[in-house]
Ligand binder design. Structure first.
Ligand code: AP5
Length: 216
């Protein structure tokens, strides 16, 4: 299964990606997670990416595409993968298509997580991420009163780009640059929409139902 998750910031892509990838036994490849790991590791890539991420803008295509090409060339991605956060605009989607053709494969499905903007803002305002295992929590929906990850005991942090002003910019960037992917993949006839409102488990259930016809 070669699958892409698309949807606005806060739609629940990272949350659903962890369950879907584990259900399908495929690696979850999140460009946002790779950038954040580079930022905390202080690498050159991290320094460059941080400038864009802190503003809520996209990291330049050439940097992102080279990073994804390297990751998709790794052994664990040869039999399938779930891409979370890539592609992010039509040029990235076109390059991904060419890249996969070079590898002799195609995308099976693009799942669009559909949720309204008020809910997205609510979800981002309360998001906390584990600094150790990367698991995503929410202060209200998960009733997190402390800043400790229940999964591994690591400490939770709030992402720098979840500040109100940056969130607003990320939503604008989504509408301008990422939303056109919906038409792109609808034209390719591989787009499936999933209602992403409601509890996490219900959304996962809907997503797995949508994927069922594609699972061999
Ligand atoms: P990235 O990390 O990809 O961020 P994003 O797309 O803005 O998405 P988010 O991670 O904010 O949200 P999500 O949909 O994963 O929601 P989550 O599951 O966490 O990118 C960050 C930056 O990196 C970009 O701005 C850009 O600069 C750069 N970048 C990344 N990819 C790039 C690319 N391809 N090209 C160029 N630049 C790139 O959920 C949010 C919260 O809601 C959590 O607290 C969660 O617990 C909660 N929640 C989730 N689902 C539910 C539910 N059903 N009910 C209640 N709460 C829920």
């Amino acid at each position: 299964m070669r699958l892409v998750l698309v949807g606005p910031p806060g739609a629940g892509k990272g949350t659903q990606a962890q369950y879907i990838a584990s259900n399908l036994s495929i690696p979850k490849i999140s460009t946002g997670d790779i950038f954040r790991a580079n930022v905390s590791g202080g690498t050159e890539l991290g320094k460059l990416a941080k400038e864009y991420m802190d503003r809520g803008d996209l990291v330049p295509d050439e940097v992102t595409i080279a990073m994804v090409r390297d990751r998709l060339s790794e052994d664990d991605a040869q039999d399938g993968f779930l891409l979370d956060g890539f592609p992010r605009n039509v040029p990235q989607a076109e390059i991904l298509k060419k890249m996969l053709a070079e590898f002799g494969v195609v995308l099976d499905i693009v799942l669009e997580l559909v949720v309204d903007e008020d809910e997205v803002v609510r979800r981002l305002a309360g998001r906390r991420t584990c600094s150790q295992c990367g698991r995503i929590w929410h202060v209200d929906f998960d009733d997190k009163k402390d800043d400790i990850c229940d999964a591994c005991g690591g400490s939770l942090y709030q992402r720098d780009d979840d500040k109100e002003e940056t969130v607003r910019r990320r939503l604008e960037v989504y509408q301008e640059q990422t939303a056109p992917l919906i038409t792109f993949y609808a034209d390719e006839e591989i787009l499936v929409g999933v209602d992403a409102a409601g509890p996490v488990e219900e959304v996962t259930h809907r997503a797995m139902e949508a994927l069922a016809p594609y699972i061999g």
